[in-house]
Design a protein around this ligand. Structure first.
Ligand SMILES: NC(=O)c1ccc[n+]([C@@H]2O[C@H](COP(=O)([O-])OP(=O)(O)OC[C@H]3O[C@@H](n4cnc5c(N)ncnc54)[C@H](OP(=O)(O)O)[C@@H]3O)[C@@H](O)[C@H]2O)c1
Length: 227
């Protein structure tokens, strides 16, 4: 982990992560669409939409050994909303998968910011949850591919609970600041963890979500929206 490309660095977790990595002396390229926010971060930046057809070519040109796919989209809605779901799929599934495939032979470390919300289906963020479930399974699959196929890339799954960013306003439960999230992610990457809970105590919620029987989970109201 020497030269790190952070995709989705213009705000929230990514913004704090770029700062934390640079403070520890890593070479970081901050990428995102909003140029004014990239300018605010300063240093090496890349104005990039991860869904653009030439996104991989442009990312490859910066020659990073580590890529953190932190770009993401998700909004809650009381009723299913295809516009939102389509955006979530474009960023969290299609663009993510293109980067994850490319990284197998191009990088030594590829980390993806998934979500605790990807562990089960959720009523208000169903498209988002399903897209994050894709990330969780795909990252595990790539970890297996790298191990059994002799590839050098280490795939890391980042699982935040609630982080106080534009996207993390649904609940204040165990919510941490973007700076705390960045510190946890940085520590996990340095310790070569392959699964990073943000913050670590969210592992208990993850355990509960994984093992709660379907019949009980489906009865549990988790909606914060009124119809
Ligand atoms: N906050 C939470 O509670 C929480 C919980 C679980 C998981 N997460 C995940 O954490 C990650 C970071 O989210 P955040 O909470 O920090 O929210 P955020 O402040 O809204 O950050 C989202 C980032 O994604 C980038 N992005 C979105 N679409 C993009 C595109 N097409 N191309 C390039 N970059 C794009 C945005 O940059 P531009 O708009 O400048 O392109 C921004 O930097 C996301 O993957 C999110 O799903 C967050």
């Amino acid at each position: 982990m020497r030269r790190i490309l952070v995709l989705g660095a213009t705000s929230g977790i990514g913004f704090a992560l770029v700062k934390a990595l640079r403070e520890r002396g890593y070479e970081v390229i901050a990428a995102g669409r909003r140029k004014a926010l990239l300018d605010e971060l300063g240093g090496e930046t890349l104005e990039l939409d991860v869904t653009a057809p030439d996104a991989i070519t442009r990312a490859a040109a910066v020659k990073a050994d580590t890529v953190i796919f932190n770009a993401g989209y998700g909004e809650r809605s009381a009723l299913p909303d295809w516009g939102r779901t389509e955006k979530a799929l474009a960023v969290n599934v299609v663009a993510f998968e293109r980067f994850a495939q490319w990284a197998l032979t191009a990088c030594t470390c590829f980390a993806g910011t998934a979500s605790i919300a990807g562990l089960r289906g959720l009523e208000d963020t169903n498209g988002y949850s399903a897209s994050k479930a894709y990330m969780i399974n795909a990252l595990e699959g790539y970890r297996r591919k790298a191990r059994h196929g002799g590839f050098a890339c280490r795939y890391v799954t980042i699982l935040p609970g609630f982080v106080d960013t534009a996207m993390g306003q649904a609940s204040t439960f165990w919510r941490c600041s973007p700076e705390q999230a960045a510190a946890v992610i940085l520590r996990g990457l340095q310790r070569q963890q392959t699964l990073i809970y943000v913050t670590p105590r969210w592992r208990w919620i993850a355990l509960l979500m994984r093992f709660l029987p379907r019949t009980l989970f489906e009865r549990l109201p988790l909606s914060t929206q009124s119809q």
